[in-house]
Ligand binder design. Structure first.
Ligand code: GLC
Length: 433
């Protein structure tokens, strides 16, 4: 495995080499190892994507394959953790390998992959981007050019056990952290619920922790970077945000096992009926409502905006965009496959099959879909108000610094003050021009 330092070193070298070669910002000179420099070539392609927790991706690929027998797509399934997926894609790019054609990029990787010219610039005029959620489209651009197309949009939602809250006399979802804690205490006052965990999110040391920390800070009125891009984590608001997580672990609101949860571990705990509140993405909605016996909580939960310090919190913008590797063969096929995957028809059928939220505005206003997935209205609002994570070319280092600081504080190795002070200075050097 390539270490972070060498990944960073190689990335800087690549940028430096491009600067020397005068490639600047022209965008039409995606020169690479294996692949051609234009979006041309037809034939079989490979699609590198994180573990398909929805179960529907292969079905959509099968549909494409049956309609395009000479341009078949093969899925290369990468690990479940966002950071491990990024590592695999970075390694592939640094080797200039043609092994991956399409990359399922997290919304936070566009700047890094575009600046290093690891992905192709895409023709904006071939996509009806005006019909997509604007915040999602912004994540697919770097310096105003399009390098990917938004496929899934993610906003953080509060899943809560409506049945338990109602039985405890709590009739509406909590809007603040304090209300959430009070509701928990009421539910747990019933001895039958005493062993339940109150609240979990994604607290393992990986990208999910960066998301949950950012949300906590934003939901206390703070930010990670200010509008000019300057880090702002050594502030009273950021301290309150981090303390929500740190004190949550200390006082038992967050169960001890939750510091090992990524999306899937938390989903299983919620589905097994072990959690009262769970911060999670939309995909959990269909899984937790499954009536095939895999979920203990089908029909027993509801969804609300995430709570904050003094009122509703602010979600972090998540999601995934598809890009074409600069080093791939058969890029014309890849472009068509992206068009297929981002079409209204495919997005609709995927939403119906999985509850994963698409990126086309129309899906959020369709009465039939909203009836089946009532969370769409909450999600649209969450995405509209969601705060993007830093758009940094060195994003890998930025997120690693955040994870280090937050994980240390949540696990009692560092004080909140020291963690934030140290993080502030690391972010300052990483975002310095
Ligand atoms: C989801 C989000 C992505 C985020 C990741 C964190 O996949 O779509 O943006 O980075 O979760 O685990």
């Amino acid at each position: 495995m390539i270490g972070k330092a060498s990944v960073r070193g190689a990335a800087l070298l690549a940028v430096a080499a491009l600067a020397l070669a005068g490639c600047g910002d022209s965008g039409s000179d995606n020169s690479g190892g294996g692949g051609s420099t234009a979006l041309e070539g037809r034939g079989p392609i490979k699609f590198a994507t994180g573990k398909d927790t929805s179960g529907n991706m292969q079905k959509l690929v099968d549909q494409w394959n049956s309609e395009h027998p000479d341009e078949k797509v093969t899925i290369t399934e990468l690990p479940e953790s966002a950071d491990d997926q990024r590592d695999a894609m970075v390694r592939n790019a640094q080797a200039k390998s043609n092994e991956f054609t399409i990359l399922n990029l997290d919304v936070v990787w566009t700047a890094e992959f575009a600046a290093n010219r690891w992905v192709m610039e895409l023709p904006q005029d071939q996509f009806d981007l005006e019909n997509f959620l604007e915040p999602a489209v912004n994540t697919a651009k770097y310096r105003d050019k399009l390098y990917a197309v938004p496929v899934y949009s993610d906003g953080g939602l509060l899943y809560y056990r409506k049945d338990l809250l109602e039985a405890a006399g709590v009739t509406s979802a909590p809007k603040t952290w304090a209300e959430m804690q009070e509701a928990c205490a009421k539910v747990k006052a019933n001895p039958a619920n005493a062993s339940l965990g109150c609240y979990a999110g994604q607290f393992e040391k990986y990208e999910g922790l960066t998301v949950n920390f950012s949300e906590a800070v934003q939901s206390a009125g703070g930010s990670i970077l200010d509008d000019s891009g300057k880090p702002t984590v050594d502030t009273p608001e950021a301290k309150e945000g981090l303390n929500f997580l740190v004190n949550g672990v200390k006082d038992g609101m967050i169960p001890p096992a939750a510091v090992t949860y990524k999306e899937e571990e938390g989903r299983r705990a919620f589905q097994d009926g072990q959690l009262i509140f769970h911060r999670q993405w939309p995909y959990q909605y269909a899984k937790a409502n499954a009536t095939d016996g895999s979920s203990q909580v089908a029909g027993k939960f509801d969804i609300a905006p995430i709570p904050g310090k003094d009122g509703p919190g602010a979600s972090t913008l998540g999601g995934h965009n598809f890009a074409i590797s600069a080093f791939a063969d058969n890029k014309a096929t890849a472009l068509d496959f992206i068009k297929f995957f981002t079409s209204e028809e495919t997005q609709r059928s995927n939403l119906l099959a999985t509850s994963q939220a698409g990126t086309r505005t129309k899906l959020y206003d369709d009465p039939e879909l909203v009836k089946q997935f009532p969370y769409l209205t909450t999600l649209k609002e969450a995405i509209g108000a969601a705060v993007p994570r830093p758009q940094a070319v060195k994003y890998g280092d930025v997120t690693a610094a955040i994870q280090e600081a937050v994980y240390g504080a949540m696990n009692g190795e560092t004080s909140t003050d020291d963690a934030l002070k140290d993080l502030q200075s690391k972010l300052e050097s990483l975002t310095a021009q």
